[in-house]
Design a protein around this ligand. Structure first.
Ligand SMILES: *Cc1c(COP(=O)(O)O)cnc(C)c1O
Length: 388
């Protein structure tokens, strides 16, 4: 058999095998599993978006290759949406690029900027794609630990000067998966300054910009004056409009970065199905009542779970955004150990924090992607085994 490439050997170990196996076994036995593991909305895509797809699917114009960089009208709507939501002006032709989901763009970006051995700064715990996309491009990784005492923000001042001088890319993501932490404008100002001072491209993942609660409205890094000189921002319709299966997202920001990513993509894929982009337009320019509803739904689930978990003595900060709870593992357990206990004794699936990087050890992640009755049931089961 042909030996696999080194880049596959450099992939971080997959840590969920044990839990996946146990979950499979339990399901086979007919045990009623409550899955709070996956970050995939349980609610359907709003009907007006589905209708727009149906109509557009019948138009033969959409049956041919789409434009590589995305339909002009879709990119216009993205620019309009950015103006309205963040007050940021974008040139739709040069500063907006349609993506096959933001994961695709994040994974491909390093190919446009990284030579073998170049340095990329990646937070831990984090969405795994920042590190893996960088590894695939041949990068060396410098890990930025996200610690509770820093509000799960990277501490830029503790990065050695030599690292800053060498680094080409920095990935950040607020509102954050998995910690659910949020960042304010001053954090993004710091990031932009760092990018300018050391000539680093700041790659901000804003997948959860609309999934926010109470009075908090997450900012875009592009709101910071001068950010466009050093920043690219990744965006997704997946979480905002329950469209994870549709595969549509976009990147905005620095023209050179957008151009570089576009050059990689035009040689790898041929764009997003036109009908899906038309559905995306319907999402962005349609009634945003579905977004308010989505927020209200997760806010209720959050309140229910935060108070239930706290009553059980578990420690967590109530999130201002995202549909995740980042919960400290009780004393005496590892992340894996506690997740296994919850699965074996309560039929509840959660994600062990170390699966997002070593620095996630000591935590587990709950995704609020089940109806309230199921969350109540999960709390009930936890009460039954509370002597962990
Ligand atoms: C869900 C998620 C995405 C979105 O991915 P798509 O490919 O657009 O579906 C991006 N980043 C983070 C951190 C996520 O959790």
């Amino acid at each position: 058999m042909i030996e696999k490439a080194e880049r596959l050997k450099r992939l971080p170990p997959y840590l969920f095998k044990e839990i996946d196996k146990k979950k499979e076994e339990a399901l086979k036995k007919g045990i009623d599993i409550i899955d709070l593991g996956v970050g995939d909305p349980d609610l359907p895509t709003p009907p007006h978006i589905v209708e727009a797809l149906k109509k557009a699917a019948e138009d033969p114009q959409n049956h041919r290759y789409p434009s590589y960089s995305g339909m002009n009208l879709f990119r216009d709507k993205v620019a309009e949406w950015y103006k309205k939501r963040f007050g940021v002006s974008l040139n739709p032709l040069k500063e907006v690029l349609t993506l096959i989901g933001s994961k695709e763009g994040i994974a491909h970006l390093p190919l446009a900027f990284i030579n073998i051995g170049d340095l990329v700064m990646v937070p831990s715990p984090a969405y795994p794609v920042y590190k893996i996309g960088s590894i695939f491009a041949g990068a060396e990784i410098y890990t930025l630990p996200l610690l509770k005492e820093n509000g799960f923000l990277p501490s830029f001042t503790s990065i050695p000067e030599a690292i800053l001088k060498k680094a080409k890319l920095l990935f950040i993501n607020y509102p954050n998966n998995p910690t659910s932490a949020v960042a304010d404008r001053s954090f993004f100002e710091e990031a932009v300054q760092l990018g300018k001072r050391y000539n680093i491209l700041i790659c901000h993942d804003l997948a959860y910009s609309e999934m926010c609660f109470d009075d908090f409205l997450p900012p875009s890094i592009l709101e910071i004056p001068g950010a466009k000189d050093v920043a690219i921002e990744f965006h997704s319709l997946s979480k905002t409009y329950n469209m994870t299966g549709w595969r549509i997202g976009f990147a905005v920001g620095n023209e050179e970065a957008i151009g570089g990513l576009g050059a990689i993509k035009s040689n790898v894929d041929s764009g997003v199905f036109g009908a899906v982009q038309i559905a995306g337009i319907a999402a962005l320019e349609g009634d945003q009542g579905c977004v308010s509803q989505m927020r209200a739904t997760y806010q209720k689930r959050r309140d229910l779970m935060v108070s239930g978990l706290r009553e059980l003595g578990l420690l967590l900060t109530p999130p201002k955004a995202t549909f995740y709870l980042w919960v400290e593992v009780p004393k005496g357990y590892t992340s894996q150990g506690f997740a296994t206990l919850l699965l074996e004794r309560a039929g509840i699936v959660v994600t062990p924090g170390n699966g997002f990087g070593e620095e996630g050890e000591g935590y587990f992640r709950i995704a609020l992607t089940q109806r309230e009755e199921r969350l109540e049931e999960a709390l009930e089961r936890l009460r039954d085994i509370r002597n962990w």
